[in-house]
Design a binder for this molecule. Sequence first.
Ligand code: AMP
Length: 479
Amino acid sequence: MLFSELGLSPEILRAIEEQGYTEPTPIQAKAIPLVLSGRDLLAAAQTGTGKTAAFMLPILERMKKFANTSVSPAMHPVRALVLSPTRELADQIGVNVKTYTKYLPLRATTVFGGMNMDPQTAELRRGMEIVIATPGRLLDHIQQKTIQLNKVEVLVLDEADRMLDMGFIQDIRKIMSMLPKERQTLLFSATFATEIKRLAADFMKDPQTVEVARQNATNEQVEQLVYSVDAGRKRHLLSHLIKTRDMSQVIVFCKTKISADQLARDLKRDGLVAEAIHGDKAQASRLEILSSFKEGSLRVLVATDVAARGLDITELPFVVNYELPNSPEDYVHRIGRTGRAGASGIAISLMSPAETRQHEAIEKLTRQTLKPQVVEGFQPGAAAPREEAAPRRESSRGEGGRDYGREGGREGRSSPVRAAPRESQRDPMSLPASALMVGKSGEGLKTINPTAGSRRSRKAQREVPALLLPPRYKVEVNR
Ligand code: AMP
């Protein structure tokens, strides 16, 4: 099928042709005619399927009759509202709309939190036909009367499942109840939980359902690999894989902000260009990191699930799950970052012995067997080579940014302090103090002292951030 067969105007066709879109993706082929007909739509489409164009192109077609070059704000009321769970997704949709409207005088803007409201207010006051917003910030603008929604004809709830996961349900209901009753509603979601069905029942009129991927299905273009590795050696395995598999660019997923920050720091020490993005980073810095990743100057983007939501980086060849997510749905979203829009990709999961539960949950949800493999030299329980304990810094971090206690030291006489094989199979955070006192036989006990001051004191005490290890780990080195 060709885009020209879908009833889109030459201005839109020209813009998408310049983007290199030759033929519609399955969700576009199904959704575009329905949206053009004015029907409400419930679409089950994963990220990476081309869903943004699936709703935005027909919206632009429908809004085309309002396109005008007048400078009067009154001539540009908000006609289409897109709600997005995250700032990054909103920003990405905004970027797409800008390219799609290249030959149409329709105005679009994005409003999201974490940024000064004033420039957004100024934009909104100029008049905008299309507004892409995160729910909280939109409500702020509504409250401050910097936006009017009484002319909205189309509402899009993008990644509705994620908006619900993030606790936006009340905000969404509030916003929906403020919109004109006569409108078209398009709801996109990777999954259809009961709450989404309820939302649809309450706010949509006889919606058509379109589904292009099995619920919770992973993209078949993505090759999925699982490597078993001890938690404390994940970071070395990751550096090894990035270097030996020539990963020109990779997104690495962590579960927490702390572990994302720590991993980015560790990778930098390994000589890789890496940065972390997560919700605690200022919006400007997140956007800057994203843009350097997109332009290719940043090789490794370490991200938490929330921060990564909505990242649109096309043809990204590799995604790494540094820590398996607690929720298997996040696995589906994570690996959706690669193999997008027809490109193939590889998703690698580093699984520590403590993560078998998450692994099983992923297999169950995605209805596939992901057999764990081992990378030579990184077998779980095997001793780490000396170079991993190179005295580059005082201590090395394990999974989750926690310090397992590693004997460093300028003298180079020490070896990694590894948990005993059985202990290593547990979450390091749950290890008893004794597990942190395991050393090479004959070396005596290596211990961790979070309150000790000097870097290389004779007693080789270790400075561990109090946040990461409770004080009960205060133990002296016994040589
Ligand atoms: P989305 O699922 O909307 O996040 O889109 C994923 C990626 O696919 C984006 O980079 C789009 O620019 C791209 N894309 C969307 N539709 C097409 C198409 N018909 N042909 C090629 N690329 C597309």
